[in-house]
Write a protein that binds this ligand. Structure first.
Ligand code: F6R
Length: 608
């Protein structure tokens, strides 16, 4: 959801362009509707080159590697306000082109501000909300001639959540603010940098300042000052050495990151298993909280919500913990409750930055003492900063926009948590499963090897038919069905609805005609219901493709079965989702699309 990066050196350097390119490449996952690069040079001149389109194309077309200067700002955009065109690409100039700024987030009163600024005689060139932050700063800078005071005033007329970086042509410094969107600062020997993405900084320095909402930073190449944006009082924040392992994105022989990341799943689960074994005290703290809770809400969006659906099943069945999965965007409206000190809000988020989840946490932090636990893939992210206990799913850098290995590690973390909690309660099934967890990496590898070719065949079949489809799931497999449907929509651009299979007869069944495709991830343990649901479709000539361990009941009922290796019922969501990930991948390739960067979306959604 947009990414911004701003770096400053002591003097002009020929390296600026390459540094900005390196920074920008780490921001692509946040948005790829447009990209823009700005440089400030010692003699008081600026360069600003930008436009809609993919990053690499803009880097090449605009010769960004030739940029020189002492300061630079990059922005990658995921469009919300204003269509992706040249004017709306960020960074933006102010009216007389002596200030350049860019933001990440959204300003909800953009329409009013455009009117106000235009009436005041400012030059508003586009309809993008990021430009409004620049003009708000310009408005007060022209009155007060002081960057800090100007930004303090500007924030009073900006409604929404954002992070912002800007520079004035004649001042050797940059200004950054964190107002609800992610922003980190890195302090190097010869530079200081702020960025929406921690990994983009870690490739230059490991000395990090974790900024907090309401921080206003003025920084040059050797020093920085942080102020409370509301009071103007200076704040001290420590520089911390960040030890997070950053992996370089590299295709290592794969055509796409999505495929590479699907193949990394066995290894990442192995690493997570080792990590969880070595950090059991963290799990103990987490289990203590959820065992004592009146309510445990698993709050998440998108793929992470699907992991929460499976996670709730694990916690309920294996540990006797009544956990409820809730869509983050739905929580405040639907539940309309004030969680109490005895409730746990368990946030599941790969990025740790999702605004829908933060919207659930923020009122809790202000109004109640409910406990917040988070399960994330990015330590140091906004959600972890607001959590009492953090479970790291440690899936490593996920470059492909569709989540695959982070979902797998979320499932595994839930399975570990539930079986560990159940074992502590001496529940037999939990103990039995917990002791088998170390076998899962091999099981996943076997699955990939066994199903790859068949997943490709199924994808061909779907593309040939070219219609929409359903992905049904029952019991433990409901989350898998939702996730499979999301992956197919996301990278193949065909409508695929994920549904609880007993609901299918309540209306959707009318869509079925000869050969209508239904994917049906299933566990043999649920055969009593699943076979009925398959039959209801098969007698109407639908094409039901069951994804399950080999099982005669399903072989007889279904049109076809894609068999995953035999395993315990509780491991089946982990194996069968691989088949759906692969079907989605191959369908995307067959349709001539790029599964790594599906149109219109972003990996980190920091807007409402
Ligand atoms: C789909 C996908 C999204 C995210 C959702 C929440 O592949 O990745 O559905 O799961 O935007 O993001 P996180 O997990 O970062 O909170």
């Amino acid at each position: 959801m947009c990414g911004v990066f701003g770096i400053i050196y002591a003097q002009d350097t020929n390296e600026l362009g390459n540094t900005l390119i390196k920074g920008s490449r780490k921001l692509v996952y946040r948005g790829y509707d447009s990209a823009g690069f700005a440089a400030f040079q010692d003699k008081g001149s600026t360069l600003l080159r930008k436009g809609p389109g993919m990053l690499e194309e803009i880097i090449r077309k605009e010769n960004i590697s030739e940029f020189t200067g002492s300061r630079g700002i990059v922005q990658l955009r995921w469009a919300t306000f204003g269509e992706p065109n040249l004017e709306n690409s960020q960074p933006h100039y102010d009216s007389d082109k002596d200030i350049i700024g860019a933001h990440n987030g959204n300003i909800v009163n953009t329409e009013q501000l455009i009117e106000e600024f235009t009436q005041e005689g400012m030059t508003v060139r586009g309809t993008n909300d990021g430009e409004m932050v620049v003009h708000a700063y310009e408005k007060f800078y022209n009155q007060l001639h002081d960057p800090k005071q100007a930004m303090m005033k500007a924030q009073t007329i900006l409604q929404g959540d954002y992070a912002f970086i800007c520079g004035n042509v004649n001042q050797h410094q940059l200004l950054a603010v964190k107002m609800g969107s992610s922003l980190y600062m890195g302090v190097g020997d010869t530079f200081i940098v702020c960025s929406s993405d921690l990994g983009s900084i870690l490739q230059f320095t490991r000395n990090i300042v974790f900024l907090k909402d309401g921080d206003l930073v003025l920084y040059n190449d050797s020093e920085y000052h942080i102020f409370d944006i509301h009071t103007g009082k200076e704040i001290q924040r420590p520089v911390e050495e960040c030890t997070i392992n950053i992996e370089e994105a590299n295709l290592v022989g794969f055509d796409h990151y999505m495929m590479k990341e699907i193949h990394e799943q066995p290894k990442k689960v192995q690493e997570l298993h080792d990590l969880l074994e070595n950090t059991q005290s963290n799990m103990d703290d987490c289990i203590d909280l959820i065992n004592q809770a009146d309510h445990v809400y698993l709050v998440a969006s998108g793929t992470s919500y699907h992991a929460a659906v499976v996670g709730a099943y694990y916690l309920n069945h294996l540990a006797g913990i009544h956990a409820v999965p809730v869509l983050a965007g739905y929580f405040n409206e639907y539940y309309n409750v004030s969680p109490t000190a005895k409730d746990v809000i368990f946030c599941v988020s790969q990025s740790g930055e999702t605004k829908d989840v933060i919207n659930v946490i923020n009122p809790i932090l202000h109004n109640t003492s409910a406990k917040i636990i988070s399960m994330v893939n990015v330590i140091g992210s906004s959600i972890t900063q607001k959590s009492e206990i953090v479970i790291n799913v440690a899936a490593g850098l996920e470059t492909s926009v569709p989540a695959t290995k982070s979902y797998m590690n979320q499932l595994f973390a839930f399975l570990y948590l539930a079986t560990y909690a159940g074992s502590k309660k001496k529940l037999d099934k939990a103990q039995e499963i917990h002791n088998q967890l170390s076998q899962i990496p091999n099981l996943l590898q076997e699955t990939i090897d066994q199903v790859k070719e068949e997943a490709k065949e199924i994808a061909d079949l779907l593309v040939q038919r070219g219609s929409d489809l359903y992905c049904l799931g029952y019991g433990i497999q409901y989350g898998t069905a939702l996730e499979g449907a999301l992956k197919i929509k996301e990278v193949y651009y065909k409508h695929c609805e994920g549904m609880y299979s007993s609901e299918f007869k309540h209306g959707p069944l009318s869509i079925v005609d000869e050969g209508y495709p239904i994917l049906f991830p299933a566990s043999p343990a649920d055969d009593h219901m699943v076979i009925s649901h398959i039959n209801e479709i098969r007698v109407r000539k639908g094409n039901v493709i069951v994804i399950s361990p080999q099982y005669h009941g399903y072989m007889k009922a279904a049109s076809r079965i894609v068999a995953v290796p035999d395993s315990d019922h509780y491991f089946i969501p982990l194996t069968t989702v691989i088949v759906l990930q692969l079907i989605a991948y191959y369908a995307s390739i067959q349709a001539g699309l790029n599964p790594d960067f599906p149109r219109n979306i972003s990996k980190t959604l920091t807007v409402d």
